[in-house]
Design a protein around this ligand. Structure first.
Ligand code: PEP
Ligand code: MG
Length: 288
């Protein structure tokens, strides 16, 4: 018989082998915020701002963008919320302002690389995020970071925008394999947390594009190679006391649930509709 999910019970924290674990939400659309809250998200591990803002159509003004974030923030008060700065280029919409001028492909100017090309536009985006999520437990995350220098450059712009206001917690997506071997330097650059973006991390690690079905079989998150990369990174993060999460699709790969939790990852971030399933699965596998 189909399993019955108790939504009220779903709002309480979930335990795996006696340890509390966070089941967090990925948010792509405004409606996802309410859904995440209703389905018992313990936090938000990824807000994809490029999809919320429809940057491919037009660049929102500061007030429009701030209002959008206020709407997303409303149902999420009291929860830690991780906002990713614009991730344009690659498989995402490209920046209309640089169309034709630069390579915005998978290996070109995308994510934080593109944002750092246009500090004024990036600072307006940061201002909208800081205003829209004011008063919340805000974690700000940069996409597609390759070097600690990029992190310093991005952090400096956040500091300029925040002025005397307290800085949000700062972190980055782990999507570029080279970054996995530089955690001490990233921490020295001000990075406080890492979120595995396994979709891109797999693409770059296996040299197999996420948009090419013919080579997708090469991207195997259950392979020893990928697991060793993850294990190395988690060990490095643990010695540094860096907070960790997973927000790529491997976070909800049923073959990997115990892998992530046994590694001691404190939270997995998944599409809102999967929260009840992952909480239930965690309790079941964790023996509580
Ligand atoms: C990822 O790369 O795993 C990720 C979560 O980001 P996106 O899917 O938006 O590239
Ligand atoms: Mg990504």
């Amino acid at each position: 018989p189909p399993e019955q999910l108790d939504l009220a019970a779903n709002r309480s924290p979930v335990f795996y082998k006696g340890q509390p674990r966070g089941v967090w939400a990925n948010i792509n659309r405004i409606e996802d915020a309410l859904l995440a809250a209703e389905l018992g998200a313990d936090g938000v591990g990824l807000i994809r701002t490029e999809y919320l803002c429809h940057f491919e159509q037009h660049q929102p003004g500061l007030h429009e963008e701030t209002a959008l974030y206020e709407q997303v923030a409303r149902p999420l008060h009291g929860l830690p919320v991780t906002v990713r700065t614009l991730d344009l280029g690659g498989d995402k919409p490209s920046s209309p302002f640089h169309a034709g001028q630069m390579d915005q492909g998978m290996l070109g100017l995308r994510g934080i690389r593109l944002s750092l090309k246009d500090p004024l536009a990036f600072k307006q985006h940061l201002r909208a995020i800081l205003n829209g999520f004011r008063g919340m437990d805000l974690r700000l995350m940069f996409p597609f970071v390759t070097t600690p220098e990029e992190f310093v450059a991005a952090r400096t712009l956040v500091q300029e925008v925040a002025g005397k206001d307290p800085l949000p917690t700062l972190g980055m997506m782990l999507e570029v394999p080279a970054a996995a071997f530089m955690l001490p330097e990233f921490q020295a650059a001000g990075c406080q947390f890492i979120s595995f973006g396994t979709n891109d991390l797999q693409q770059y690690f296996f040299a197999s594009s996420r948009t090419t079905p013919e080579t997708s079989h090469l991207q195997n998150p259950c392979s020893p190679a990928f697991k060793r990369l993850i294990e190395h990174t988690v060990q490095s993060a643990r010695t540094l006391n860096l907070d960790l999460s997973v927000c790529g699709e491997a976070a909800f790969d049923p073959r990997l649930t115990t892998f992530w939790w046994d590694l001691g990852i404190p939270s997995l971030s998944v599409p809102p509709a999967l929260i009840p399933w992952l909480k239930h699965r965690t309790q079941t596998l964790g023996g509580a």
